[in-house]
Design a protein around this ligand. Structure first.
Ligand SMILES: [Zn+2]
Length: 264
């Protein structure tokens, strides 16, 4: 079992998260950045548990408005590249698009520019991405098509569409691009029948489980601050949906995550 997307936000009990994740049977996790605070958390986690906690660094959609133009974008990408290399990052992330909060056309364009620049950087470095997409399926697919590394795509390790709640059509557009599907605690929620219907249609070698800690605690822990150990509850539900024995499913999710994020 592997938590393919979580955030060691400031103030969380990082050592406790890691100890309880190991005790719950996890063999690794991807600590995602995206903001200065989340990047710092990813660094902290990787330092506490080298080899177990892998780190991702990036600039999420909230950073898009601060980019002052092409020269500033280039400087930010150069700084991110230095971080990714110096800290032996496992992935770029989280990055992506979010059109769910009333963004106007100009704000959406700024998000796309930042996302595309980081996809190109990931392709250059041969790194997978952890990707956020909300209300922006069409643009997400278009930018992935244009910018992902063909080699990583062919190997099925271009990255993860994190917190996947999409339709069968969105999944069918992403799978040929080498993307995996990060299933979060949402798959356990009472109102998630539509998502549960899509899960058995996903290619099995592309299914990942994630917590998105400290958010989205799965049933039966819903409402509590989420932590990586809770991935077990989500994984059990996904195993049921796939009709797989628990042990086999857990090994599958871990192998998939390692292929994508721990390949080097
Ligand atoms: Zn996240």
């Amino acid at each position: 079992m592997f938590d393919s997307h979580c955030h060691f936000e400031p103030g969380v009990d990082a050592a406790g998260w890691i100890a309880r994740a190991r005790a719950a049977g996890l063999d690794g996790l991807l600590a995602c950045g995206g903001s200065p605070e989340a990047d710092e958390g990813a660094r902290l986690a990787a330092g506490l548990a080298p080899g177990f906690a892998l780190a991702a660094f990036g600039l999420d959609r909230d950073a898009a408005d601060a980019v002052a133009g092409p020269a500033d974008m280039a400087a930010r990408m150069a700084a991110l590249e230095r971080t990714l290399l110096a800290e032996r990052a496992a992935a770029v992330g989280e990055i992506g698009l979010d059109y769910s909060r009333g963004e106007d056309a100009a704000a959406r364009a700024r998000q796309r520019a930042l996302f595309a620049a980081q996809l190109r950087l990931a392709a250059k470095l041969g790194l997978p991405c952890s990707i956020h997409s909300r209300g922006a399926e069409e643009d997400t697919v278009a930018l992935l098509r244009e910018n992902l590394s063909p080699e990583l795509a062919a190997a099925g390790r271009a990255g993860s569409l994190h917190c996947f709640v999409g339709t069968a059509e969105f999944a069918a557009a992403l799978a040929p691009l080498g993307l995996c599907f990060g299933l979060s605690g949402i798959v356990t929620f009472r109102n998630a029948d539509a998502l549960r219907a899509v899960v058995p249609l996903l290619p099995r070698d592309r299914i990942l489980v994630e917590t998105d800690s400290p958010w989205l605690a799965p049933v039966p822990l819903r409402g509590r601050p989420c932590e990586p150990a809770f991935a077990v509850h989500t994984a059990r539900r996904v195993a049921e949906l796939l009709g797989l024995p628990e042990r086999e499913a857990f090994a599958l999710f871990s192998a998939n995550a390692r292929r994508v994020f721990a390949a080097r």
